[in-house]
Design a protein around this ligand. Sequence first.
Ligand code: IPM
Ligand code: MN
Length: 336
Amino acid sequence: MRTYKVIVLPGDGIGPRITEAAVDILKNTDVKFEFIFYEAGDEALNKYGVAMPKETMEAAAQSELILKGPTGETAKQVVLPLRQELGLFVNLRPARSLPGVKSRLYEGEEANLLIVRENSEGLYARIETMREEFAFNTRLITRKATERIMRIACEHALRRKRKLTIVDKSNVLISDVFFRNICREISKNYPELEVNEMYVDNCAYQLVKNPGQFDVILTENMFGDILSDLASWVQGGLGLCPGANLSEDKGMFEPVHGAAFNMKNKNYANPTAMILSAKMMLDWIGLKHGDRQASESAEKVENALLTTLAQGKKTPDIGGTLSTKEFTVEIIKNMV
Ligand code: IPM
Ligand code: MN
């Protein structure tokens, strides 16, 4: 049986605790992993004077799989180089209603959506200047990045409910007129899909008002960042939403949320988003390597997590009393 090597970056704040939980879960699947831990983030900055040590970047660059906890104030120095230098141009951020979790949906409504976020450019391209009297960021949208992310979004929509919403601000930004035009061109190759367009301000409103209307949302980098936090809240809280950063042949899996330094007792952080990120890693391995055991393990982890929540076993952020560790143990018990 093959062993998958995973570079683990536990990060800051609640990061190490929830990463430990996800690693414990992965160790209890039928897939064999070798976990190699590296430092990055605020603590690395304090220790070594750099948030992203060279060895960490090199190890990440050489690995097919990276499992990453949230990083703190230095996130920009850690996350953006990882995504951009390693070519992880796709950011998948699913948000769905979970059993036993009080969501902000109206009675009887359910949501199950996927945000496909362009992960390499837009306002995050780091084309920036700050002077005494002004500062600016250039919002870069290229044809190549837009075409490839639109194709990915269409492929996901085909495997889901076949509905795709292109989200932009093309009523104001010329770079989004460009984005939308390219998406329209590509959508012609996917006649099976219902494709609609929405401005980002309206999308934020609709995500609160009627999130059940969405299947796949495609958007550029910064809008995807903002909308994914919003989608987490709608679902029940920031502790719940996972994410995958992907290229054709590499994946970095991390929660949507940050390091949550303000969490009074870090023993009680909710590891759900991190565990679901590990589940996305299993799914990805299953697809890439045709590894059935990995796909089955992904399903097992998800089912165990949903069962545990449905049993009312939860962390305090979503109305429970369990610590990170206790909650993880309950999930492992349900992994049968
Ligand atoms: C996220 C984070 C990052 C982002 C920051 C920390 C660079 O907010 O992953 O959502 O904006 O992408
Ligand atoms: Mn964010």
